[in-house]
Design a protein around this ligand. Structure first.
Ligand code: CUA
Length: 354
C-alpha cells in the first residue's frame, strides 16, 4: 500500500513539476535563455552557483556512500565499538576553509555583477536613451521625455544599446521584470526613483511581468519589450511623434467612435503626445500585441474589455459599463484604426498565455 502511494505521489509531483516548468525554456520569456546583457550576467551567476552546489553534493554523497559501505556492521563484529576520536584539527581546518573558498568564488562575481548592473555612467550622454517607467494597477506607462512621446504596455528599445530606465509607481509597489533581457526592479510610489538598464542582443518581442503582488490582477500585469534595430527604432519614434489625435478616421463608425472616445475616455486616456496620466496612452493601440496586456487583439475582445474591464482585470481603475455595447463597438472601430507604425509588426513571440 505504502509503495503504491509512494509511486502515485512521485507521479503527481512529476506531473506538477512538468506543468510548472514548461514555461522555463520558452524563447524570449525565459531567464534560462538569456537574450540581453543583464540576463546573461545573471545566468552566468546561476551556472556558477549550480556548479558549486553540484561539486559539494557529489563530494558529500561520495563520502557518505564510502562511510556507509566501509563501516557497516559486519557479521561477528556486532559488539565492537569503533575507536572514538574527537578534535581532529586537520579535518576542522579543511571543512572551514573549503566553504570559505566556495563562498568567495560565489561572492566575487556576484558583487561585480551587482555593481555592473547598477552602473549609470553613460546615462544622460548624447544619444543614450532614457525611458521613465511607471507601474500602475495593472498596466505600465513608458515616457520618452526627450522624444516627447509616451506609450503603455509595450516598451520599444533599440538593440545592442543600453536603455536606462527611471522607475516609479503611481499607487502600490510593482516590480518590473523581463526575464530574457534583464533582472528585476521594484517600482515604488512616492519620490524614490529606482534605476536599471535594458540591453537586448537580438530583435524580438520579450514578455515582461509584474513580479510583486500588487492586487487582484497582479498576475495579469504583463507587458512587452519590443527590441528593434536602431534604425527601426528611430522610425518608430518618428511615427509616434507624428500621431495626430485629431486626425479623422476612415470609416463612419470609427468617426462616431472617435467622438464617443473623446467625450467618454479622454479624461483618463490620451492619443499620442505626452503621457495620459490616469489611463494608458492609446496612440499606437492597433499595433499592440495584446489588448490590456492579456487578450488577443480582436474587435470582440476589445468590446468586451471596454464594457467589462472589471471582469477581465478585477480591481482595475477603468469604470465598467461606462458606454453601451453598441457604442463600445464604435470606439473599438476607432481604436483599431490607430495603426501609426509598422515597426516591430514582423516580430513574433511565443507567449505564456497561449
Ligand atoms: Cu503590479 Cu504585481
Amino acid at each position: 500500500m505504502r509503495g503504491w502511494m509512494g509511486k502515485f505521489r512521485s507521479l503527481f509531483l512529476f506531473g506538477a513539476l512538468t506543468m510548472l516548468l514548461t514555461g522555463c525554456g520558452i524563447e524570449n520569456i525565459s531567464a534560462l535563455k538569456p537574450k540581453g546583457y543583464g540576463s546573461e550576467l545573471l545566468f552566468d551567476l546561476m551556472l556558477i552557483s549550480i556548479a558549486i552546489m553540484i561539486f559539494v553534493f557529489v563530494i558529500v554523497m561520495a563520502i557518505y556512500a564510502f562511510v556507509l559501505l566501509r563501516y557497516r556492521e559486519k557479521k561477528g563484529q556486532e559488539h565492537i565499538v569503533p575507536k572514538q576520536t574527537e578534535g581532529n584539527k586537520a579535518l576542522e581546518v579543511i571543512w572551514t576553509v573549503i566553504p570559505i573558498i566556495l563562498l568567495l568564488v560565489l561572492a566575487i562575481p556576484t558583487v561585480q555583477a551587482t555593481f555592473d548592473l547598477a552602473d549609470q555612467s553613460t546615462q544622460g550622454d548624447e544619444g543614450v536613451l532614457t525611458v521613465d517607467v511607471t507601474g500602475n494597477q495593472y498596466w505600465w506607462q513608458f515616457d520618452y521625455a526627450d522624444q516627447e512621446i509616451s506609450t503603455s504596455q509595450e516598451i520599444y528599445i533599440p538593440t545592442n544599446e543600453r536603455v536606462y530606465l527611471n522607475m516609479k509607481a503611481s499607487d502600490v509597489i510593482h516590480s518590473f521584470w523581463v526575464p530574457a533581457i534583464a533582472g528585476k526592479m521594484d517600482t515604488i510610489p512616492g519620490e524614490n526613483i529606482n534605476t536599471m538598464y535594458l540591453e537586448a542582443y537580438e530583435e524580438g518581442v520579450y514578455e515582461g511581468f509584474c513580479a510583486e503582488l500588487c492586487g487582484p490582477s497582479h498576475s495579469l500585469m504583463y507587458f512587452k519589450v519590443i527590441a528593434v534595430s536602431p534604425d527601426e527604432f528611430d522610425q518608430w519614434v518618428e511615427d509616434m511623434q507624428n500621431i495626430d489625435p485629431e486626425a479623422t478616421p476612415e470609416t463612419t463608425t470609427a468617426q462616431e467612435g472617435q467622438e464617443l472616445f473623446n467625450n467618454n475616455c479622454m479624461s483618463c486616456h490620451a492619443i499620442g503626445g505626452a503621457s495620459a496620466g490616469v489611463g494608458p496612452n492609446l496612440g499606437n493601440f492597433a499595433n499592440r500585441e495584446k489588448i490590456a496586456g492579456i487578450l488577443q487583439p480582436s474587435k470582440d475582445n476589445l468590446v468586451d474589455w471596454i464594457v467589462h474591464p472589471d471582469e477581465i482585470k478585477p480591481g482595475n481603475q477603468m469604470p465598467a459599463e461606462l458606454v453601451s455595447e453598441e457604442d463600445a463597438a464604435k470606439i473599438a472601430d476607432y481604436l483599431l484604426e490607430l495603426d501609426h507604425s509598422d515597426v516591430g509588426n514582423d516580430l513574433e513571440m511565443q507567449s505564456v498565455e497561449e
